[in-house]
Design a binder for this molecule. Sequence first.
Ligand SMILES: Nc1nc2c(c(=O)[nH]1)N[C@H]1C(S)=C(S)[C@@H](COP(=O)(O)OP(=O)(O)OC[C@H]3O[C@@H](n4cnc5c(=O)[nH]c(N)nc54)[C@H](O)[C@@H]3O)O[C@H]1N2
Ligand SMILES: Nc1nc2c(c(=O)[nH]1)N[C@H]1C(S)=C(S)[C@@H](COP(=O)(O)OP(=O)(O)OC[C@H]3O[C@@H](n4cnc5c(=O)[nH]c(N)nc54)[C@H](O)[C@@H]3O)O[C@H]1N2
Ligand code: SF4
Ligand SMILES: [Mo]
Length: 732
Amino acid sequence: MTKTKYTFCRICEVACGLKVTVENNRVIKIEPDREHPVTKGFVCRKGLRIDQFMYSPDRVLHPIKRNGNAWETITWDQAISEIGARIKTLIREHGPNSVAINAGSAMAFDFAGAAMINALVDGIGTKNFFAPGSVDCNNKFVVHQYMYGSPFRLTFPDLPRVKMLIAIGANPAVSQMTFIQAPKAIQKIRGIVERGGRVVFVNPRYTESARATGEQIFIRPDTDVFFLMAFLNELIHIDGVKHERVSRYMTGYEILAKLSESWTPERQEKVTTIPAGTLRDLVRTYSQADGAALYCSTGINRSTNATLAFWISETINAISGNLDREGGTIVGQGLFDMPRIMKKAGKLERRDRTRIGNLPSVCDIFPVGVIADEILTPGQGQIRALINYGGNPAITYPNPAGRLEKALSELELLVCLDIFRNETANFAHYLLPTTTIFERPDLPMVLHWMAGIQPVRYVQYTERMVDPPEDVREEWWIFVKLAHAAGIPLFGIKFLALIFKLIDCLERMPLIGRKLALTSEGIIDLSLRLASQAAPLKKQVKKYPHGQMLKPVLPGMFLGRRVLTEDKRVNLAPELFVENAAKLEADFRREIEIKDRFKLVCMRERLTHNSWIHNSLGFVGPKRRTNYLYMNPSDAVKCDLKDDDIAEVSTTQGAVKIPVKVTPDMMPGVVAVPHGWGHQNADGLTVARRYHGVNINYLTPDGPDGCEKLAGMSHLTGVVVDIRRVENGVRS
Ligand SMILES: Nc1nc2c(c(=O)[nH]1)N[C@H]1C(S)=C(S)[C@@H](COP(=O)(O)OP(=O)(O)OC[C@H]3O[C@@H](n4cnc5c(=O)[nH]c(N)nc54)[C@H](O)[C@@H]3O)O[C@H]1N2
Ligand SMILES: Nc1nc2c(c(=O)[nH]1)N[C@H]1C(S)=C(S)[C@@H](COP(=O)(O)OP(=O)(O)OC[C@H]3O[C@@H](n4cnc5c(=O)[nH]c(N)nc54)[C@H](O)[C@@H]3O)O[C@H]1N2
Ligand code: SF4
Ligand SMILES: [Mo]
């Protein structure tokens, strides 16, 4: 029987509405959902090909265990009991921190899994909880926490009304933006220009976005903080500050103003290469725009001054009167006021420190730049086991010259929960096969539900499109079973351990058991009820298959009302940031010293998604066989390189060889490489491994020195590299 169902994509934050045709428990067609109230039929090619992942011949369909170089199929009972026993022993002998968890980006799109992995972390009592935040956006959480009182009080530009948008380190045409749900992002941005506004992309690469609309300004990588300091300086200089608003709603202005004094437009030019006149012109337009926003994304998040740079950009939006105004930036609201609830419960405020490097946790999560050290360095708290859920650290985390892979290979226990046997799973002892997004019910998670990064508020609950394959399990189920087998009380609460034990017994009883057993629907429902104390929302939402609209959050609802700092004011000059800003002088001098060296940046491509979509022919293929080193023609001449020559790119730690593409889109002195490639050794990915490509994280630094100190952000951009030609010719 054929059925049409509505759901949403969970590959990226846009959460595009999809219409799915199902026949005999098989997805036979995926189309855009044109009736979706927000995404309105917008969808990209990835969302339309979700079936390629579900039905890939490489999909792992049974639990497997490594036996030397081979993998053997085992039962769930065996997998759970062996892994549970191992975890129990490790905790007993070496303490809870010896067991680490890494939750990859899949966690952000799996409501029940995310709830239960957190329960498991709390149950184990381990501090060693990792996730990609420190290679993505933790600097933003830290800035929001210190300025607005909660990591989840997030700002986003009011795209439909903004009159000047300055996008720094973002490529919306390819990546669809982050920290804002913006379907058709580039069309929305084009709309700014069409209504007479101005859009400027500040980027070392002339991107697909700048090509589509607006203007391009080249900036030398990892110097944004100096550009932003000078922007602040000039804004104050031309008196673009809304003093009345600042004194009513904010604190710390004098300190901030003092800090920016020495950073003149002329000074920043020496390192950013942005002419002082250009910066002045930008500031003038920004301050006269009557609704303007600076928007920063991952290009600055992975810089050596990630937190300071983002902080300064937020202060500019704040003091210019653009924070919380129409056409400026808005602070959203999730389904309910999660930041306030979390704050009251003292959640997400834990400030643990890593054993190696003394780096802070952000939202209870440690920086991934020190995982290898935490595994390789003996002593109390050394990581001996890692449960890796929906992530591929071997490719996506700093891995200089394969150091992280070496660390993974030394673990006493590595368990991967994935749909594929990826590079990280190559080192695993067990691989537990999980559902794909169409095989579980869901509610858009962290950023929508908790932080409200939705300019248009709605909620969409989805049921599963099809039942999962017989021997595949949902992630939350695996966490509950593992906890049970290891004698770990979920959430760290013994009483709950008893309840889960009871549920486990009930589940085994044929009729009544099924009704009472825990389900993902139940977890979602319960979480909603606990958090909102509302009626079962799931039922309500089910009435709205395309999503239910919620009351909008309007500009003017944040300042003086929803700021969560102790004095309810925006803190423009948190002490921690001000103290750290002193280091900028030394960083500035270093920038001048290295101004003639090559710098490497990362980039994304339309058809790939981090490391995991290369295994489908629809996304790679004859025309996209590899990633490339993109470089400016003048640099190519200097290095005696031309298209398709192979270059060796090296740092003090390692080197990679990669084919070259010469393009004026790169600013001179800067090279770019798409991340997520380098699958040659993944024998579980039969398509991806046939393609060439380089894992660019072989060149990014790890260890405490490779991490920014305030949020633990890895230095993935502006990496100083040497480049030389190694051979001619085209790679086959
Ligand atoms: N097609 C596709 N879409 C994706 C993803 C994907 O892999 N593929 N990934 C998703 C994920 S996980 C995320 S977090 C988002 C990220 O979304 P974005 O933040 O928009 O990510 P990118 O497209 O990598 O854009 C980063 C830009 O920063 C520039 N850049 C690099 N270094 C610097 C610097 O030092 N200064 C400045 N000013 N710019 C710099 C790069 O040239 C690049 O254009 O995208 C999401 N969307
Ligand atoms: N050099 C460099 N490194 C980067 C970046 C960069 O720009 N440059 N970007 C960083 C960013 S922003 C991010 S978010 C990270 C991403 O880092 P990761 O999360 O480690 O990487 P992904 O490639 O997204 O891995 C997703 C994994 O989840 C699996 N998966 C897919 N769907 C499901 C599912 O439903 N359930 C389960 N259990 N597994 C599933 C996939 O098979 C894949 O193995 O990479 C970061 N690394
Ligand atoms: S933009 Fe593409 S990947 Fe992102 S949610 Fe929409 S369909 Fe999925
Ligand atoms: Mo990301």
